[in-house]
Design a protein around this ligand. Sequence first.
Ligand SMILES: [Fe+2]
Ligand SMILES: [Fe+2]
Length: 274
Amino acid sequence: MKITTLVEERTRVPGLKTEHGLSLLLEKEGEYWLFDTGQSGIVVENARKLGVRLDDLRGVILSHGHYDHTGGLSAVLETAGPKKVYGHPGLFRTRYSLRKKGKSRRIGIPRGRSALESQGAEFSLSREWREIASGIYLSGEILLAPDSAPAEPFLTIREKLKLKPDLFVDEQFLLAETPTGLVMLNGCCHTGLIDSLRHVRSCRPGEKIRAIVGGLHLRSTAPRELAAIAGALAEYEPELIAAGHCTGEAAEKVLAEKFGSRFRSLRTGVELEL
Ligand SMILES: [Fe+2]
Ligand SMILES: [Fe+2]
């Protein structure tokens, strides 16, 4: 199995484009899946430069409705033609980031469902844990610990014309089976890494979580809490943590110190053989 980072904020490969967002290409048993699409469509150019044929995609998975994971879908469909697109029914909800006094910015999926369908998206939306192809699973809604609270209440969702802190009910992770354990792909992990890992345990009890890849959303996490999360993560004994996007530089440093060569910083162009 192979994972190629098509979009992330940074790169060491000359000629590849970067932006705030995430897109990972998963190659498993000769089939290609796109997990998130970045924000602007540079995923298409980067794929071309890396020799990836998006026409061959078996499907696209959208981890959650934020623009930096869904905004590239339109460009992908334009290039690759009609595709099945997997996600949660809450994907199209209206979302805003509220920063300074009264200032808000739309951060939801930039195109509507019917516009994307007219471009060839065939949506398959579900709240449930499900197997979308042999050995590839989507988490469905992630069960949260009873005491969990929104880590970033300025990230909001519109509900009955009011903006409320987004609980990211629509966020899903992907699990891919390998002969030596599960590989977990995260978009932003807004619901929290440890809750997400507990969810893996409840869906696949007793199975090894071999690798954790993607955005871990620890950029707003306090240093003491980062150490606790790294400690809790170590109990799962992952062989690889490849993190980037919203993980945050401070958290990447903590994870690199804790996990040594088992940690990798995810950058545009990075390939992982698993
Ligand atoms: Fe993100
Ligand atoms: Fe996000």
